[in-house]
Design a protein around this ligand. Structure first.
Ligand code: AMP
Ligand code: MG
Length: 435
């Protein structure tokens, strides 16, 4: 729910995060173009079709253990309470055995070997005593056997015709294994889509500029390097989209508009950085209006990342979107993870774009709460399995200003400090999103 606060006598509406994510997701269209990939090139791509099993896996009833294949129903117990069976041969994985087990018989079997005809259970090696005497090979056991014991049935993993990898699934290592187990060496994935990043700010220097590489280079007084672009380049690539470098626009609406236009020729989504708040040189909204976008200037109930621009233009069947992020790298990082990433997952074709991994843990430091906004702190979660009965520890470095990027280097989560009065004390349990 959005809510109003009074700031310097003016009523301001703060946008609720979840509602905003839904609102944005509603405007993003998924991918249409597919490509056929060799599965070794498909890791981390997104599956573009419902892949169905060509055959069942396992394709035959098979032994789950090394031991002896027996017919449990015909199991004959001797007077001593032991059962002794004649071993009629050996079956290894991959062998085509023509064995047929009759009453009082067993076949020595290895894991993965097809179950001989007439067998319905495995007597495991550890519970069996083998004896070879005068050419007679017997096995005995006291273990109680029942049909199906240590047997892997045909189709236990999946049956022929089942959807084994649904459209919109990330092709993770398990997906590649599943495809291979059903005999697929190729898969259709969505073509990687592009997102252009336009950096704005008179103060920015392009780190790729030749003069930067020269010995003794230092930025002129008042200028800084365009670090944010490289952070976003990494975030975009990890999300599964291509990053188009949209260059640096100086702080004029016309130049920003020109750069955004160029970006929109290469991508349906453009991200701008800087110029998104309400400073005198914050021209992103003006630039977007020049390009006839519907512009939303939002104040998000998150910290950092409060200023956020979302602009939309419908062109034919496709929506063109522009996200305006704040210039400070840590604000961009938080806005990206909380707001952009779900949208980009949908853009890339992922079926459940809103899913994220969150854990609870004890915070290492006392932290001041923001009265209205949820604060996201770059943090390191350790002991995630909760060893020794302790909750995971969420260590929060002290440097959390939005211009500080070094504390994001080791960060593996964003700790979530709910809005409110006072402080969260060290040791209190908070949520953290794994990033
Ligand atoms: P702005 O959002 O334009 O008001 O910028 C907020 C702060 O972020 C200012 O200190 C800018 O100098 C800084 N900043 C803006 N763009 C970038 C960038 N691409 N890389 C690093 N810092 C930036
Ligand atoms: Mg600026």
């Amino acid at each position: 729910m959005n809510y109003a606060i009074i700031q310097n006598g003016v009523v301001e509406i703060l946008k609720d995060l979840n509602g905003t994510i839904e609102e944005i997701l509603g405007c993003v269209s998924g991918p249409a173009e597919k490509e056929d990939l060799f599965i070794l090139d498909a890791l981390d791509r997104i599956c573009a079709e419902d892949v169905t099993a060509r055959f069942s896996v396992p394709p035959f009833d098979t032994s789950a253990m090394d031991g002896f294949a027996v017919a449990s129903s015909r199991f004959v117990k001797s007077e001593a309470g032991r059962t002794t069976l004649n071993v009629i041969g050996e079956a290894a994985a991959g062998c085509v055995n023509g064995f047929e087990i009759r009453e009082g018989e067993a076949v020595k079997i290895m894991t993965g070997a097809p179950l001989p005809a007439g067998a319905d259970a495995i007597l495991v090696k550890e519970a069996a005593e083998e004896e070879k005497e005068d050419g007679k090979w017997t096995v005995s056991s006291r273990e109680k056997l029942k049909p199906g014991l240590h047997v892997r049935r045909t189709g236990a993993d999946f049956s022929a015709g089942d959807v084994i990898v649904p459209r919109g699934t990330r092709l993770n290592p398990a997906a590649l294994g599943i495809l291979a187990s059903s005999g697929y060496s190729r898969v259709k994935a969505f073509k990687k889509r592009a997102v252009a990043v336009v950096s704005t700010g008179d103060e920015l220097i392009d780190p790729l500029d030749e003069r930067v590489a020269a010995a003794g280079f230092a930025p002129e007084f008042g200028r800084i390097m365009n670090s944010n672009l490289f952070l976003l380049y990494g975030l975009l690539n990890k999300t599964g989209v291509k990053c188009e470098l949209g260059g640096i626009a100086r702080d004029t609406p016309e130049e920003i508009a020109a750069r955004i236009s160029e970006g929109l020729l290469k991508a349906d989504i453009v991200i701008t950085t800087g110029g998104a708040s309400v400073g005198s040189y914050d021209y992103i909204p003006d630039a977007l209006k020049l390009l006839n976008f519907d512009v939303n200037i939002w104040k998000m109930a998150i910290k950092p990342g409060r200023p956020f621009i979302f602009a939309l233009k419908k062109t034919g069947s496709r929506n063109k979107l522009v996200f305006g992020l704040p210039g400070n790298p840590a604000s961009s990082l938080v806005s990206f993870i909380k707001l952009l990433r779900p949208a980009l997952y949908k853009y890339a074709g992922l079926k459940n774009p809103g899913e994220c991994l969150t854990v609870k843990g004890a915070i290492s430091e006392s932290v001041k709460r923001d009265p209205e906004r949820t604060t996201y702190l770059r943090a390191v979660i350790s002991n995630p399995a909760g060893a020794e009965g302790k909750p995971p520890l969420i260590s929060v470095p002290s440097k959390q200003d939005s211009n500080i990027l070094t504390t994001a280097l080791a960060a593996n989560c964003l700790a979530e400090i709910p809005p409110g009065e006072g402080r969260i004390e060290s040791g209190e349990i908070v949520w953290a999103q794994i990033i």
